[in-house]
Design a protein around this ligand. Sequence first.
Ligand SMILES: C[S@@+](CC[C@H](N)C(=O)[O-])C[C@H]1O[C@@H](n2cnc3c(N)ncnc32)[C@H](O)[C@@H]1O
Length: 414
Amino acid sequence: MELIDSIKDVRIATARTLATRSGRTAAGRCLIEGPGLIRQLVDAGAGLEYVLRSAGADDPALCAELTAAGVGVHAVRDGLLRKVTGGAKPVDWLAVAALPAESPVGDAYGDFAVVCEQVADPGNLGTIVRTARALGVRDIVLTDETTDLSSRRVLDAARGAVLGCRVRRFADPGGAVASLRESGFQIVVTSPRGTHLQSTAPLRGRKVALVVGNETEGVSEATLAAADLVVQIPMAGAVESLNVGVAAGISIYELRMKAILAMLTDRIRDTLGRNLTAAAHLVRQAFDAHLRQVGDLDSSQAVLLMVLACERSTPLEQLRRDVGVGSAELQELLAPLCDRGHVTQGQDHVAITREGERAIAALWAVQERVEDGLYAGFTPAERDQLQELLHRVQNNAARLASSPADRRGAADTP
Ligand SMILES: C[S@@+](CC[C@H](N)C(=O)[O-])C[C@H]1O[C@@H](n2cnc3c(N)ncnc32)[C@H](O)[C@@H]1O
């Protein structure tokens, strides 16, 4: 196998240019150090271009994995790789990887962005990126020209997660906040002295741009003033603040959970079952309100009388099914109607009386009035359509209720 032993070899020379930020920016590439991180990135399908390994540091399994992924592995004279990185520690494995281009400022974002305002420590930056990616956030916003996410220390701390991020860079925090707001984000700034406890902060909508600040200065006064919310993570004991990487992790997790819960609540509110139940409840209330104006029957008793008016005399069991109640509930509904002489009850039949028929005659007018009100604003065609759709839902529901096996294949057939 070929052994690279000259610092002038083009692969070594290319790698050397990536030791500086300007070299990385010009080439759009970075260096990944160590077999663990290289293996992790090749597993994740990251764009590794080639790998350099010291001759004395063989790892046949990793070499096979890299070769299978189409990544060339080149053996290098021991000690040469340290000259590439310029560090004091010996280096045995180095990969050259493509850096994701910084996204154009106007590109579409996801629902959550992390804004790093002058976060200076590479370890903290890497931790924030790593945690953000682990919690499903890809958008990282930088608010100056100097923060560098491609340095070895950031890449190490991020365990390579930088390569899967969408990074946007603004010249200053004001420009970042204005642009994010224009893209529909609410600006949530974190500060140990935030005016809202983060867990109870009144978020609106789902898009959150979370701003974390510099290790010493925190978030600037201008950004604090421009925020929609300034939130704090409560701290016990004599602690001035949390480490920014830790604070970012807690905030991303908690605010994302809040957004997910809000989304679930919206979904539950909009399920068909919930909408039909709410509609039935409101219709009943409307009917009751109008019935109270003409007598002392409530809507359940009125429906029961209407069913009886059609059949005159009905078996108790059928009446129970028609009205959709249990036996005990049916008896509760019948008792006041019997007392008022509207119905008579035999052993297993119920019949409507002349008094009941007179009461029902007055109720039809109420029924029509309420129905007209319920259909207010509907065209005749829409009225028919709604009735047809409701019948179809009822048929589907009856089918689902009667046989669990139907649940798998139940489809509405018009
Ligand atoms: C080390 S702190 C900065 C401390 C700085 N002296 C200050 O008062 O803001 C770095 C960043 O971590 C975040 N942070 C730290 N502790 C926090 C807390 N308890 N609540 C919310 N954010 C916090 C903020 O984004 C802060 O700007």
